[in-house]
Design a protein around this ligand. Structure first.
Ligand code: SAM
Length: 288
């Protein structure tokens, strides 16, 4: 086990390099050996795997990944961390560090160039200011990964795993559950990070799955309907559908699409399962 999970040692490394964590990049470094091991075990990293780590920081999680993976590619936005990573991970010959913004990189191209056709596992202690955009880039972009194991804000993990009818259920739950099977692995208190964030966190694994759509329904249509259904959570579903101009539905058409499916016209989006949203999208595609 490497030494970077030892807070005293990690702080010495940062002080030596004159490095100060930056809030704008969501730099809260994980300082708990047990949780680091839980993350790589949940990700089920083997010596055959190609791992992409988003935001390696000073290399705390990277070190544990590199001990198990065939190869890992680390994508870090902060150029001040690159010399530190070169030093802390200097003993590994299976690492490649890329200094860029994850939102600006073509992940599929990178995988094609670097993975040698191996299974791709994405692992990260994500910067919380940009969690959802990063996950949507990977999920909606159909990146060729097998699983994603990430630390996120606890409430976000709960939303990803939420089922219909619960208060946490919404557009994020449906997007995540369309592309993957989510499983919360553990909750992690703020005190396990340096500096501690204001919120507690959770580790969640998303295992890729395929969800079939009927020919008449595109992912764009489905997600546009899902988004519009949750924009006004407390109102009946048809209101959101009418307000979403792109769908081109007036009140009558929106209500008709709902009642044709045998649902009460006042039904709310939070009651509908993913399958229901697919049925509704099919109905709307006919009604339009
Ligand atoms: N992996 C380390 C750990 O577990 O201690 C650091 C995690 S820290 C929560 C998030 C990391 O993501 C930071 O190193 C930060 O600089 C980096 N980061 C923030 N925004 C990024 C972006 N858009 N692209 C790539 N890395 C980013």
């Amino acid at each position: 086990m490497g030494k970077l999970s030892n807070p005293k040692f990690a702080k010495e490394i940062m002080n030596e390099a004159g490095f100060r964590t930056q809030k704008k990049y969501g730099q809260n470094f994980l300082m708990d050996e047990g949780v680091l091991i839980d993350i790589v075990e949940a990700a089920d990293i083997t010596e055959d795997d190609f791992v992409i780590e988003i935001g390696p920081g000073i290399g705390t999680l990277s070190e544990v990944i590199l001990e198990r993976a065939y190869k890992a590619l680390l994508i870090e936005i902060d150029d001040k961390l690159i010399p530190i990573l070169n030093k802390t991970l200097g003993g590994f010959d299976n690492v490649k560090i890329v200094n860029t913004d994850i939102m600006k990189i073509d992940l599929d191209k990178l995988i094609e160039e670097e993975s040698e056709g191996r299974k791709v596992k994405i692992v990260a202690n994500l910067p919380y200011y940009i969690t959802t955009p990063i996950l949507m880039k990977i999920l909606r972009g159909h990146v060729s990964y097998e699983s994603i194991t990430v630390m996120v804000q606890k409430e976000v993990a709960e939303r990803m795993e939420a089922k219909p009818g619960s208060k946490d259920y919404g557009a994020l739950s449906l997007a995540v559950q369309f592309y993957t099977e989510p499983e919360i692995i553990e909750k992690v208190p703020a005190g396990k990070f340096f500096p501690p964030p204001k919120v507690d966190s959770a580790v969640i694994t998303l295992r890729k799955k395929e969800t079939e759509l009927p020919d008449s329904v595109s992912e764009e249509l489905l997600f546009s309907i899902i988004r519009s259904s949750f924009e006004q959570r407390r109102k009946a579903l048809y209101n959101g559908l009418v307000n979403h101009k792109e769908l081109g539905l007036n009140k009558e058409k929106a209500k008709k699409a709902i009642t044709e499916l045998g649902w009460p016209e006042t039904i709310r989006g939070e009651k509908l399962t993913l399958k229901d949203f697919i049925k509704l999208s099919e109905q709307i595609a006919i009604t339009k």
